[in-house]
Design a protein around this ligand. Structure first.
Ligand code: ADP
Ligand code: ADP
Length: 216
């Protein structure tokens, strides 16, 4: 039986960090829409050029482009047993499209951990976030520092600060989350799959809560 988990929560809540942990524990692919967009920007693809316009402003990439990109990702065989989705869906239109796509695998969204943290914590986390150039592994200057400054512990590639983690863009991204993505909380609550997780705790503690929500 496939297992599809959608991580929901504002920017900085810890979705990417927890997705890495869950993907490793369950042996499932970690699908981060933001990472796929950044990869396309790095390779200067047509999708990357279009996505960059929206990402640099802290706005959402239009649904049609985003859904087409995820559809392509789901066409690869590693998704048939399940996946940890991080950053997708972000609108009800995307959530409807996901439901359709999973039907094709005989799957459905099994659980939606909704990770929360207060706004001040989100801003502090994003301001200190360092991301790995090669694979998007996530660190924090204070809360999860790499062993060697500026270098990814996992693959040795350089760490960089994302352009959209600048304070002004972060605040706009949190507003966009509230207006466009927060409706998914009710969307998934109504489907009986939402699990609220307090993200305002150390990374390992949040991971332990997630594991118990997943295995209960
Ligand atoms: P999201 O994917 O939801 O935007 P990330 O997982 O990228 O969030 O985390 C944002 C930043 O906060 C990263 O620098 C990460 O290391 C840090 N972080 C994640 N979870 C926690 C936590 N529970 N406590 C403190 N810092 C955290
Ligand atoms: P964070 O977890 O910090 O919010 P992401 O890496 O998930 O950041 O996303 C970065 C940016 O990529 C978003 O601000 C948005 O511009 C774009 N993006 C990522 N996922 C989606 C999506 N599902 N729909 C539309 N835009 C997206």
């Amino acid at each position: 039986m496939p297992t599809y988990i959608v991580l929901l929560g504002p920017p900085g809540a810890g979705k990417g960090t927890q997705a890495e942990i869950l993907a490793e524990r369950f042996g499932l692919p970690h699908i981060s829409s933001g990472d796929i967009f950044r990869e396309n920007i790095k390779k200067d693809t047509e999708l990357g050029k279009q996505a960059q316009i929206f990402m640099s402003r802290g706005e959402l990439v239009p649904d049609d482009l985003t859904v087409a990109m995820i559809r392509e990702r789901f066409s690869r065989s590693d998704c048939v047993r399940g996946a940890i989705l991080d950053g997708f869906p972000r609108t009800p239109t995307q959530a409807d499209a996901l439901e359709e796509m999973l039907k094709g695998f005989g799957g459905r969204v099994d659980l939606v951990p909704f990770i929360t943290a207060p706004p001040e914590a989100l801003v502090e986390r994003l301001a200190g976030r360092w991301t790995c150039r090669a694979h998007g592994h996530i660190f924090h200057v204070r809360f999860n520092p790499p062993k060697d400054q500026g270098i990814c512990d996992i693959d040795g590639s350089p760490l960089f600060q994302r352009d959209d983690d600048k304070a002004e863009t972060v605040i706009h991204r949190i507003e966009i989350y509230r207006s466009q993505t927060a409706p998914l909380i009710d969307y998934y609550r109504q489907r009986g799959v939402l699990a609220e997780i307090d993200g305002f705790a150390p990374i390992e503690e949040v991971a332990a809560h997630l594991m118990s929500a997943l295995t209960s």
